[in-house]
Write a protein that binds this ligand. Sequence first.
Ligand SMILES: C[S@@+](CC[C@H](N)C(=O)[O-])C[C@H]1O[C@@H](n2cnc3c(N)ncnc32)[C@H](O)[C@@H]1O
Length: 275
Amino acid sequence: MTEPIAGDRKAGIVGVFDRAASTYDQVGVTFFGTVARSLVDRTAPRHGERVLDLGCGRGSSALLAARAVGPSGRVLATDLAPQMVGGLRTRASDLPWLKVELGDAEHPPPGPWHVIQASLVLFFLPDLDAALDRYRAALAPRGRLGFTWFGAADESWAPVYDAIVGALPEEDRPPRDVTSSGPFESVAALEGHLAEHGFGDVVTTDVRLEVDFVDAEQWWAWTWSQGQRALLEAHERHGTLDALHEVVDPMLHERAAADGGLTWWTDVRCTVARS
Ligand SMILES: C[S@@+](CC[C@H](N)C(=O)[O-])C[C@H]1O[C@@H](n2cnc3c(N)ncnc32)[C@H](O)[C@@H]1O
């Protein structure tokens, strides 16, 4: 029975991103573009190369790759959320060598690809190990697999997060964070998985990103615009969103600087390996 459960989970995750797509990366917060830049700097697509960008979202890393490979290259960007695919198609209309399709990041289209990259996606996959085998098979000899994922985050925000999660019934609570167990638990664990699946020359770099919100309203807009939307939607379903605001708004007010601004940080890791 593991497959239907994994399938339900995947559909749930993708549904959240589909509903987030109209505001995803568009609420004035600098984040996904910076992460994508760090990834594409390291996968370093060259003129004429073939790049597969998995879980492309609205294209933060796919667009950078398309500009790097130029018209003699090719980028295929895939995502399971139709609204993300539609959004990127609109943004890519002047880059005919960037194709955007619906696709599951666990099942890469056949290559050979010089680069397979995925920014903030692989920790969502129900079966990373199976996916890694498929990536290796789809990569050209010495092709690069690059992806970003999360490290430590600003623990001072834990009371806010706990207020959001703690008020939800058990079945709506996510794991504390994706870095607490499994392949993404540590750099050593992740690099071990890559080695087991035939990848070498593995390099992981860690960058701390400081994220600024102009005010509490922007923080809420940001939370609705990305994966944490799942928690707010759960509150909406249970009719507890107003009560949540009553608890969290004063916390945000207390955290805010004199100008109303809020800051949060997270470490983002970028791992690149060769087939
Ligand atoms: C955090 S967003 C990252 C989007 C984009 N890579 C970026 O950096 O802005 C995660 C994306 O992965 C997609 N996603 C999650 N699981 C997926 C899967 N199994 N196959 C394809 N896309 C998936 C979501 O729909 C979402 O667009």
